[in-house]
Design a protein around this ligand. Structure first.
Ligand code: C2E
Ligand code: CA
Ligand code: CA
Length: 568
């Protein structure tokens, strides 16, 4: 509606009957209305205000301080500061949010607004305004407009009382939301959250409700839903999230992981239910994200095992790397006459701890990474491996030691200086050391990683790209990577001689050819059989590693195998 311009003179000439206006206002609102005669310090409050709060009646002497006593002690200072500001003449407006105690003894959230009217000399005449309850304070998330976690709890607890088909909860976690926040700023991040919240609401079945949890998590509660229906709901959300979206002209991509638990069936109280849904969501994230997992008691066992293993690992690391050891797996090259010549070894970490027994590095390395222990362990592995290498140079002057390095180690600024210092301390020529990094290290363009690569290259430490073919990089990108060696994952060697897997053979052949054209050498991993070895030889691989040559073995066993009788 367009407002026609009215001069202030015209406004003043409009006759207002104060009593009529007051009645009209009080009648048309559930808010509380007050007018204070400042000189007499006497206030007139609306009927509902006198009823709902501990006030003596509609006429109240000393309202400002009486009311202040009802304000929550936590908020009192803000309330009185605002009043003082007015009395000191710095402002005529009062606008404060606080909790105030009602006659039932309950604190309710209100926003209190008022305007001070002064005489010509600037002395306060009247102070009038409105106290409005904010019913949804704390119930609604201001960013997304969704109900908060506290409301989710109430909803679930009501469903828990139902004997039949209470339904399910779907916990949703945005994948890599940090990356979205980094894309622009937090304001952009908030807009993305808001858009996702809107999408979720649109996709919900009738009677389902969505709640905003902390950070990048949401929960959907579906009364009466079966596990299959929960799964179907996730798939709908998944489809929507797997498309490029746009906020304020900026495109973004944000997939969503899920975890479900059944109300009543999986847990009979809210906190357990939430914990179970969390562990299901965690399993989805661990499994590669952008997927949904339904809670099973087994999942809880896995989570407990992870926690127990982590605490054992911490203990081991604290007590001088007790229970950790290294084993060495040789790799060899083909000799002219068809024989195999030892080139070097890959150092592989082992850990065995009661009551678990030997635990695979596939299981414990991620735990070292998530607990922050990897930096310390990584340094220990390098110290050990370099010491062993130094010793073996006496038997094999060109020996090369390969050490696995996690992406988190490489991102640490202290890593490269540590390696350089280590080589110097142990007097080892860098040509004897190869650091193995997985493909994903090469394809991210984090400045810290690029710096580390440069540092290693200028120190002439060789870099191997590990597990090639399992990650994201393409054949075309391969030659752009700062790698000296490419290790083709053992996935490709199994079935290399199977007619139906012609692809694997062609893949290995192509990688070898491409690498050779730019001076990168190729190691084929996981060779277990003689016929596999022969095929790899015809494809011109530079080296091979695998059970056919040897399993990973202890330092003593390695020496016994390659240099029997030599003095250590
Ligand atoms: P990886 O770097 O790919 O290491 C090779 C893995 O393949 C080793 O498993 C080895 O025992 C296994 N292997 C070797 N030849 C064959 C074969 O012919 N057939 C089969 N089936 N397997 C073979 P392992 O020792 O269990 O290590 C698993 C992974 O743990 C390693 O994969 C590596 O990613 C990680 N890892 C091991 N030690 C360390 C370490 O000190 N630091 C870091 N960051 N990661 C490590
Ligand atoms: Ca490796
Ligand atoms: Ca590998």
């Amino acid at each position: 509606m367009e407002t026609p311009h009215i001069s202030s003179h015209a406004l003043q000439s409009f006759p207002i009957d104060a009593q009529v206006l007051y009645k009209a206002i009080v009648n048309s609102t559930e808010d509380y209305v007050y007018i204070v005669d400042m000189a007499a310090d006497l206030a007139l409050v609306s009927e509902n205000m006198a009823q709902d709060f501990a006030l003596p009646g509609r006429l109240v002497k000393g309202l400002v301080s009486r009311w202040g006593e009802l304000v929550h002690p936590r908020d009192q200072r803000r309330y009185f500061v605002s009043i003082d500001e007015m009395l000191a003449g710095r402002t005529d407006e009062h606008n404060v949010e606080y909790q105030v105690k009602n006659r039932g003894g309950e604190y309710v959230w209100v926003v209190c607004r008022g305007l001070l009217n002064r005489d010509e000399g600037g002395q306060p005449l009247t102070f009038a305004g409105v106290v409005a309850p904010i019913a949804n304070k704390g119930k609604i998330d201001p960013t997304t407009g969704l109900f908060t976690q506290g409301e989710c709890r109430k909803r679930v607890e009501r469903l828990l009382e139902r004997a039949e088909a209470p339904g399910g909860i779907l916990l949703l976690g945005l994948d890599d939301f940090k990356r979205i926040n980094n894309l622009k700023n937090h304001i952009f991040g908030d807009s993305v959250l808001r858009q996702i919240a809107q999408n979720l609401q649109r996709l919900l079945p009738p009677r389902a409700e969505v709640f905003r949890f902390d950070g990048d998590e949401f929960a959907v509660v579906c009364p009466g839903a079966s596990p299959e229906e929960m799964e179907r709901l996730y798939r709908t959300i998944h489809l929507c999230a797997n498309r490029e979206q746009e906020v304020d002209g900026t495109p973004y991509f944000c997939t969503i992981s899920g975890g479900t638990a059944q109300i009543g069936r999986d847990a009979d109280n809210y906190l357990d239910l939430l914990k179970y849904a969390e562990s299901a969501l965690e399993a989805s994230k661990d499994g590669g994200k952008n997927r949904c997992t339904a809670f099973t008691p087994d999942l809880l066992k896995q989570r407990i095992r992870k926690m127990e293993l982590t605490s054992c690992l911490q203990q081991s690391a604290r007590s001088g790397m007790e229970h950790f050891s290294l084993v060495y797996q040789p790799f060899v090259r083909f000799e002219e006459g068809g024989g195999l010549q030892l080139v070097g070894a890959e150092a592989l970490l082992r850990w065995s701890c009661e009551p678990f027994g030997p635990v695979s590095p596939v299981e414990f390395i991620p735990l070292l990474e998530s607990s922050g222990l990897i930096a310390q362990l990584g340094r220990w592995v390098l110290e050990e491996a370099v010491t062993t290498c130094k010793r073996w140079l006496d038997f094999c002057p060109d020996f090369v030691m390969n050490v696995n390095v996690s992406y988190l180690q490489l991102a640490d600024k202290a890593f490269v200086p540590f390696v350089l210092d280590l080589l110097q301390r142990r007097e080892l020529d860098p040509r004897h050391l190869v650091l193995e990094l997985t493909e994903s290290c090469f394809v991210t363009d984090m400045p810290a990683l690029r710096e580390a690569f440069q540092g290693l290259r200028s120190a002439r430490i060789q870099i191997a790209m590990d597990d090639f073919g399992t990650g994201y990089s393409s054949l075309g990108m391969l030659t752009q990577m700062p790698a000296d060696i490419v290790k083709i994952d053992r996935l490709f060697i199994s079935l290399i001689n199977d007619q139906t897997h012609e692809f694997n053979r062609a893949f290995i052949a192509a990688v070898i050819q491409l690498c050779h054209s730019v001076g990168i050498s190729v190691c084929v991993e996981g060779v277990e059989q003689l016929d596999e070895l022969k095929t790899v030889q015809t494809l011109n691989a530079d080296s091979v590693q695998g059970y056919y040559v040897s399993r990973p073995i202890t330092r003593e066993a390695f020496e016994e195998k390659y240099w029997p009788g030599a003095e250590g």
